[in-house]
Design a protein around this ligand. Structure first.
Ligand SMILES: [Zn+2]
Length: 282
């Protein structure tokens, strides 16, 4: 006697994201919150997200969010994920020396794991004085290679500082600058500041970007959670199409629409954190 898989007996249903009507085998179990952010004893799951949407979200939204965003850094900090050895590139997070540290203010830093946890380190860089803004602009080698000076040709003529970790690195950086048409004549030495990079602990400025991809990823977690507590049927309502389009395609989210929530729904969230009672009034 063979046991029937309860999944195979389930009726075809619409995916809560693409709304395609599909048979049960075309769905996989979707974690409401990506496993990248932690494993739970009984993780909240959905069975109403199709494989294609699941794959798309994993590749297009969650990978960049978990690896490049501020939350990516928190995963390393909180031990959810072991940091890789060496310099850690987080695409949407930047570190710098805060104001009030003399000529070190604004110096760009990177995140490094040298086997003893996360540390900040100095990235070879040049700083140009911007006459209009009356402040120093710090530029890394990567940004020079990315055509920074063609966007700001005015900066080439002003004062310049070079921050590197060694004489050798300094010379390599100067020759890199000459490839970009920047002439550098050294007028003096910058004294290392003991309370900045030599200190065992230092305060740093952290600047992180929340772009559309990150917003869409967070919106997906919220929508997943809504499907979990309110049920898949509820979120399949066409009123949510605008949210679906935003999550799937980045279509502009008409925020004003949310303030005009259809009056026919009356949602009461159970205070005991169970499924909400959803009442449809005529
Ligand atoms: Zn789908």
């Amino acid at each position: 006697m063979t046991r029937r898989n309860p999944e195979s007996t389930r009726r075809a249903q619409e995916c809560i994201y693409c709304l395609r009507l599909l048979e049960a085998p075309e769905f996989n179990r979707e974690h409401v919150l990506s496993e990248a952010f932690g494993r739970f004893h009984k993780p909240p799951m959905l069975d109403s997200v199709c494989q294609k949407c699941n794959q798309f979200f994993g590749d297009e939204l969650e990978l960049r969010f978990a690896r490049g965003a501020f939350e990516g850094m928190l995963r390393y900090q909180n031990g959810v994920k072991a940091p890789p050895e060496g310099a850690i590139n987080l695409q949407y997070v930047e570190f710098a020396v805060p104001e009030g540290k003399g000529y070190w203010s604004g110096v760009r830093l990177n995140l490094v794991n040298e086997g003893n946890g996360l540390r900040v380190g100095l990235v070879p860089q040049a700083a140009f004085f911007d006459q209009d803004q009356q402040r120093w602009i710090h530029v890394t080698e990567e940004e020079f290679n990315g055509g920074f000076l063609t966007k700001r040709p005015d900066l080439k003529k002003g004062q310049m500082r070079i921050h590197t970790r060694s004489r050798q690195e300094h010379e390599a950086f100067v020759s890199k600058l000459s490839e970009h048409g920047v002439k550098y004549e050294q007028a003096g030495e910058l004294q290392p500041s003991e309370d900045v990079l030599e200190a065992s602990e230092m305060e740093v400025d952290v600047t992180f970007t929340i772009n559309q991809g990150i917003r869409r990823c967070i919106a997906k977690y919220v929508f997943n959670y809504l499907a979990l507590v309110a049920g898949s049927e509820f979120v399949r309502e066409r009123d949510f199409d605008v949210v679906r389009d935003y999550i799937r395609h980045g279509a502009s989210l008409r925020i004003h629409w949310l303030s005009k929530a259809p009056s026919r729904y009356c949602t009461m969230i159970d205070p005991h954190y169970a499924r909400p009672a959803v009442t449809f009034s005529p």
